[in-house]
Design a protein around this ligand. Sequence first.
Ligand SMILES: Nc1ncnc2c1ncn2[C@@H]1O[C@H](COP(=O)(O)OP(=O)(O)O)[C@@H](O)[C@H]1O
Ligand SMILES: [Mg+2]
Length: 243
Amino acid sequence: MFKLTDLCFEPSGRLVTDHVTLDIPAGSCFCFVGPSGCGKSSLIRLLNRLNVKTSGEVLFDGKPIESYDVRVLRRQVAMVFQKTCVFEGTVRDNLMLALELADEIDDLSIETRLAQCLSAAGLPESALSVNAELMSGGEQQRLGIARALLTRPKVLLLDEPTASLDVEATQIVMQTIKSLRSDRTIVMVNHHLEEVEDVATHVAMVDKGRIVEVADVDSFFNNPRTERVKAFLAAYRRYGDKA
Ligand SMILES: Nc1ncnc2c1ncn2[C@@H]1O[C@H](COP(=O)(O)OP(=O)(O)O)[C@@H](O)[C@H]1O
Ligand SMILES: [Mg+2]
């Protein structure tokens, strides 16, 4: 789905993404882990051009991402952030606004699409009339997922989607993410390793802007090749997500 070659992002002279070469297979649930500030968010934001690379190449579906109209690209590669920004109004208002911004309002099956996206995000159809600002954090995250699904993206980018949630809301949102894996590629940043172990097909560890190790999920957790990943996993086992 994505092929990254020698990718660098160097805003204000600081090498935040350092020569990353990586394949993200179609249909995978590809998770980036690594210490806070190591460049995980910066890296996934290069995949839908929220960040603009300094050098190197990103191919999406075989073509350089610069060759896509940026709006077309972001319909295909949708993003869910750590905290979903909701607008004043109902859930329906929030979803419709996203569709208008995506220029997709002319579709005749909008009602069907709203219902499908809500349901895929684990929200009942009755949520459409709910005031979005009064929803819980977990519900707002699911609204963020529904909103991202509206343009029928091939890829969902998720940047720490459970970071602002309590354990129960986390469990519900992770369940939702798991249910979405079969139909699309998921690229997620998540420093909660038990969540990563639960959903990922592939894991890459980032450190100081570089990829330290990429592996399938079992090898990453049970048979890491590098000392850096071994140390990271050991620290996590002792100190949890402060590691
Ligand atoms: N546009 C930018 N300009 C300057 N520094 C940036 C920019 N984007 C990210 N950084 C820096 O890059 C580093 C990595 O940030 P980030 O990708 O958010 O890390 P992570 O998501 O792993 O915590 C941080 O020190 C951040 O301040
Ligand atoms: Mg981040």
